[in-house]
Ligand binder design. Structure first.
Ligand SMILES: Nc1nc2c(ncn2[C@@H]2O[C@H](COP(=O)(O)OP(=O)(O)OP(=O)(O)O)[C@@H](O)[C@H]2O)c(=O)[nH]1
Ligand SMILES: [Mg+2]
Length: 496
């Protein structure tokens, strides 16, 4: 017994379980959809069917309006090869809201083994979904290479299907089943947080990356600072020692050709050079520490209050050599006396009358030699004194320069460490802010998933019951259909 309004009858099955479910949200059309995989012969079949059944509207997939369900589906597959999994999915999509489906193996004129292919297709689709076990199958040749189109069996089958008074109710039930399936799947996915899972994983890994990045960056920057400061200490101390050594060399070289009159100027020059070296070391330290700060992306190291102090050494002790002077005068006098005696003896031996002249000449020569020896010895002594003074001066300069380097590097280390700590604090705050944002979003996702799970638990039992009722109604029809068919045709089925 059939209900007068097939759609209302199908809707009543669902409403009996859950009265809030009023419509599957699909609009039915009277058109018959002819579809199939690429190059299956769909267009040829649609054209052949249009000419054989002009009272029926046949459409291909791209002609069917979105959100509408066809009255019946003709699923065409070529006899060239059995269906593939993607072909099965194509049928799932086409027949989602339509129960009346006919399977057609096309191009039977060109493939003589089409019956085997048809049997394989039937088995494959039945294995794919239980609902396809009752799919009627026929062979057709809509555009044969020779002769007229052979679509008689298909036309008969379609006529029978379209005239079935229960088709609309079954189609509606199928639409309900698909929609309920879709809603159940969505509730389950929402309740499991499946669609949020990717975002949640991304957020968690972002949070871990931020934490790991902060730890790594912090230790890397601290290590870099220590190593750069250490390098600066070693390099700048070497630079200071090097400058002092080269100044000492220059000054000592100057001493070798130095006359007594230029002693005072030399001393002033040496003190000026010492001041220059201190200024150079100071500038070298500033340049190096500025580069270190820039390299570490930190604030520049503050300049010292004033230039480094130049060591103040007393002048060379050129005059305090009384004992030595006396000794030298004594030796010079002895040397001069010897020369005087030798000269006077020389004159006495040449002519007795020249004795007096010889004594006078000897005395003059002796005196000249004595003065020269004393003078030269004094000059050499003073140069020696100057040399030692230069050594003392550069040693004092070196220790002053080293001390200046050490002091400034220590001050720079303190300043850079402070600046690094300030930077770290700012960056940690930024990272903490970002982590707080991520945590807030994660909490939001967790709360939304809990809400979705609650909704799923509330809605799912009713939806499952409704779907079971729909399936039961479809299965009852199927069993009844099989009995009717066997009674009606007594074995004369076409394609079943
Ligand atoms: N031998 C033979 N060839 C056919 C038959 N039906 C279609 N063909 C050929 O198969 C090819 C594809 O036919 P179509 O009807 O355009 O197939 P289709 O599925 O619409 O193709 P697409 O829309 O391009 O996917 C054409 O070259 C047709 O001539 C048939 O029954 N027998
Ligand atoms: Mg086509």
């Amino acid at each position: 017994m059939t209900t007068p309004d097939p759609v209302a009858a199908a809707d009543a099955v669902v409403a009996a379980v859950d009265p809030t479910l009023t419509s599957p949200g699909v609009r039915s059309t009277d058109a018959v959809l002819v579809t199939g995989p690429w190059l299956a012969g769909v267009s040829s079949l649609a054209a052949a069917l249009r000419s054989r059944l002009p009272e029926v509207t046949f459409v291909e997939a791209d002609e069917l309006a979105v959100g509408t369900a066809p009255r019946a589906v003709v699923f065409a597959v070529s006899a060239a090869a059995p269906v593939t999994p993607s072909d099965c999915e194509l049928l799932d999509l086409a027949a989602a809201h339509t129960d009346g489906v006919v399977g057609v193996v096309t191009k039977t004129d060109a493939h003589h083994d089409w019956r085997e292919v048809l049997a394989t297709d039937r088995d494959l689709l039945a294995a794919h979904r239980p609902r396809y076990t009752r799919l009627p199958w026929v062979g057709a040749a809509a555009a044969p290479d020779a002769g007229d189109p052979a679509v008689d069996q298909l036309v008969d089958l379609l006529r029978g299907l379209l005239s079935d008074p229960d088709l609309l109710r079954r189609n509606r039930l199928r639409a309900w089943e698909s929609q309920l399936d879709k809603v159940i799947t969505r509730y389950r996915a929402d309740g499991d947080g499946a669609d949020r899972q990717a975002r949640v994983s991304t957020l968690r890994s972002q949070r871990d990356d931020i934490r790991r990045g902060r730890r790594l960056e912090k230790s890397q920057r601290t290590i870099a600072l220590r190593s750069q400061v250490q390098q600066a200490r070693v390099q700048l101390a070497y630079f200071a020692r090097n400058r002092c050594a080269s100044v000492r060399g220059e000054l000592q070289e100057d001493i070798t050709g130095l006359g007594r009159r230029r002693f005072a100027a030399f001393e002033d020059g040496a003190r000026r050079r010492a001041a220059e070296v201190m200024a150079e070391v100071d500038e070298g330290v500033t340049t190096h520490l500025t580069a270190v700060a820039a390299d570490l992306h930190l604030d520049a190291v503050p300049a010292p209050d004033g230039p480094a102090a130049v060591p103040d050494l007393p002048g060379p002790p050129l005059r305090s050599r009384r004992l030595e002077t006396r000794l030298m005068m004594l030796l010079g006098a002895g040397f001069g006396l010897g020369v005087a005696l030798a000269v006077s003896r020389l004159f006495t031996g040449v002519a007795p009358g020249l004795t007096v002249a010889g004594v006078l000449a000897g005395a003059a020569a002796g005196l000249a030699v004595a003065v020269w020896v004393v003078g030269i010895r004094g000059l050499l002594h003073d140069r020696g004194v100057l040399d030692r003074w230069v050594v003392d001066l550069t040693a004092a300069l070196r220790s002053a320069a080293e001390e200046a380097v050490a002091t400034r590097v220590v001050a720079a280390e303190a300043a850079l460490t402070g600046s690094l700590a300030a930077d770290e604090a700012a960056e940690s705050e930024t990272a903490a802010g970002r982590i707080a944002e991520i945590d807030a979003e994660l909490r939001e996702h967790a709360a939304a998933t809990v809400r979705a799970a609650a909704l799923r638990d509330r809605r799912l039992p009713g939806l499952l019951r409704a779907r079971d009722a729909v399936r039961a109604a479809l299965d009852d029809d199927f069993c009844g259909e099989l009995t009717d068919a066997s009674e009606r045709n007594s074995g004369k089925t076409v394609g079943y």
